[in-house]
Design a protein around this ligand. Sequence first.
Ligand SMILES: [Zn+2]
Length: 483
Amino acid sequence: MYLYNSATHKKEEFQTHTPGRVEMYTCGPTVYHFAHIGNLRSYIMEDVLEKFLRYEGYDVNRVMNITDVGHLASDADTGEDKMLKGAKRENKSVMDIAKFYTDAFFDDCAKLNIKTPEVVQPATGLIDEFIKTVSALIDKGYAYLAGGNVYFDTSKLDRYYVFNDHDEEDLAVGVREGVEEDQNKRNKNDFVLWFTKSKFEDQALKWDSPWGVGYPGWHIECSCISMKFNGEYLDLHCGGVDNAFPHHTNEIAQSEAYLGHPWCRQWFHVHHLNTNSGKMSKSKGEFLTVSLLEEKGYDPLAYRFFCLQSHYRKGLVFSWENLDNAAGAYNKLVKRVAALTGTEGGVDEEAAARFKEKFLTQVGNDLNTSMGITCLYDVLKAPVNDATKRAVLASFDSVLSLSLLEKAAALREKEAAQAKSAASAGGFTVQGEGDPAIDALVLQRAEAKKAKNFAEADHIRDELKAQGVEVTDVPGGAVWKRV
Ligand SMILES: [Zn+2]
């Protein structure tokens, strides 16, 4: 596939260190609160990317961290620890908060059909690894001790800003948030690898280290977790675009300083979900979660559909009206899939292969998910039998994960149940095979008999017979079947 690489600022043919295998890393959530649907947009797009790579035949090893310590209110190491903030807000322990919001995150992912990565590693479970890496960085001359903390020395690198010439705004975020000057830093962009002199007396989680009791910085956890579970050569690193600086920039700095060779080949950044008043955040405006969408009657998969309709490298504007439009289109799509009930003929393998080839090319052009959706409609209107359509749609849906066939089957069942109950009148119940038109005829015949209009009753019986329907009278109603 071709994928835009934010490190080189161009669309490139996707390649891996080991042929056929993708080592993929995703920055996971900081588990101090529910994820908002803007965060989840990134995870949806990353999920499609992973599934598309598998569809292309790659074996994917995907690793994700869970940040349960060290992520301060500002990404630039200032402010309060987010976990502590969450614990105080809810009057619970940090570990309780971490457990609760980790579970909530994966519940949301499940509702959005986001697959759980092969490895999910909470930061607090790998402290020894972080200490080992920080020690090595000090030994190699890339890190220094000041004011009780260990800092990474960005002046030791030939090139620190990897992403900023692509998007000056990414850099501006870090600068703006770094309002609190840290006097211990030798250079403006140096960052904390290990906090020993905690700024917070009540910091809940602390560990012993060669530099005293403390806790790791946020950036080091991703580098260490990836190097441990993905190995020394990472093929694909994903995250929201707001993580490009400083978080991903710092990850590259410390990983390459530690390894002594280039680390990650390909960077995939998903752009923001915006509201009319700007970038969506937890602190601003309505706190939009998957649960809130459900409370308002939306299927979470309608939100997934909404995200897939636009390109991951463009900001997406969320409004209830936009979501309504997406939900309407999604429901119509499911209805059309539900109508594919034809049983004639088998799968036309040649046609199926042609559809798949097109899907691979279209979606493989920088993960163009809206073209992936167009491919679904192309299949629906193509002159092939329903068996072929069902097979191809199922195949595409292994990437898009919109549960199209499952939702269609549920819709057919619901409609059949509704048709059955609709055919109950005047104490007379019709049980059939879920065809409302036949149900209605059977009911009309019963009413004609009741009114002693036998000519009309016979006429309807003949009509039913002509349609291959056999009616059996039972106490309180009738049962029909096709013979
Ligand atoms: Zn990360």
